[in-house]
Design a protein around this ligand. Structure first.
Ligand code: PGA
Length: 225
């Protein structure tokens, strides 16, 4: 049985209070699920609530399967980079980092070169990058092992790719890049369609945006995956 990655990307949403309430509900729901050890659950909150999420999870004291990720990663370690989070601080909070999400490529003009720099910095501080790619043509640096295939037309539209096509793209990505061990699918994933994706031969998990904002829905996605 393959170990699935279930990643929630909250994007720029949730106050500290809302994040705490989400965590409390999600933990409660997870407690009722079985076989979750087969799934790696990664929650990527906005940076503004990240430290609070860390403290919340530590305070719960029971062992939790929830891992934290950032939605982006700085290209530089530390120094005179006003407005940028220091990579060495971020690594204290997260095990994973989404890098190269299409919203960052579009709204923040991130180039493949900058994205590669971010990946190198994440590697340096032992944070595992999850590189978002739009198709099998997007460049993937050799040090990346996890890619998330997210076709732009499927993001936030309620129009997911077909599981068969997503599987074909995941297969091509793995064939082209020996370093890629896991390909996730992202784009309008819901509790209703997640199983159709995770049961595809070359798909190893999902990256969930909108449907991860509701703790009950996200727990259902973990359950159904
Ligand atoms: P969506 O977003 O699930 O809301 O389509 C996915 C993503 O942007 O990662």
């Amino acid at each position: 049985m393959k170990k699935l990655y279930i990643v929630g990307n909250w994007k720029s949403n949730k106050t500290t209070k809302e994040a705490q309430s989400w965590m409390a509900t999600f933990m409660q729901q997870l407690g009722q699920l079985t076989e979750i050890e087969e799934k790696t659950i990664i929650v990527c909150p906005p940076i503004t609530v990240l430290s609070n999420a860390v403290f919340f999870l530590q305070a719960v004291k029971v062992s939790t399967p929830i891992k934290l990720g950032s939605q982006d990663f700085p290209a530089n370690r530390q120094g005179a980079y006003t407005g940028e989070e220091p990579a060495d601080l971020l690594k204290e909070y997260v095990d994973f980092a989404l890098i190269g999400h299409s919203e960052r490529r579009k709204h923040f003009y991130e180039s493949d070169e900058l994205i590669e720099k971010k990946i190198l910095t994440a590697n340096e501080v032992s944070v595992l990058p999850i590189l978002c790619v739009q198709d099998a043509e997007t460049p993937i640096p050799a040090s990346v092992s996890i890619a998330a295939y997210e076709p732009i037309a499927a993001i936030g539209t309620g129009q997911p790719d077909t599981p068969a096509n997503a599987n074909a793209v995941a297969k091509t990505i793995k064939e082209k890049h020996n370093n890629i061990t896991h390909v996730l699918y992202g784009g309008s994933v819901t509790a209703g369609n997640v199983h159709d994706f995770t049961t595809q031969e070359f798909i190893d998990g999902v990256l969930v945006g909108g449907a991860s904002l509701d703790a009950d829905q996200f727990a259902l996605i973990v359950k159904n995956a």
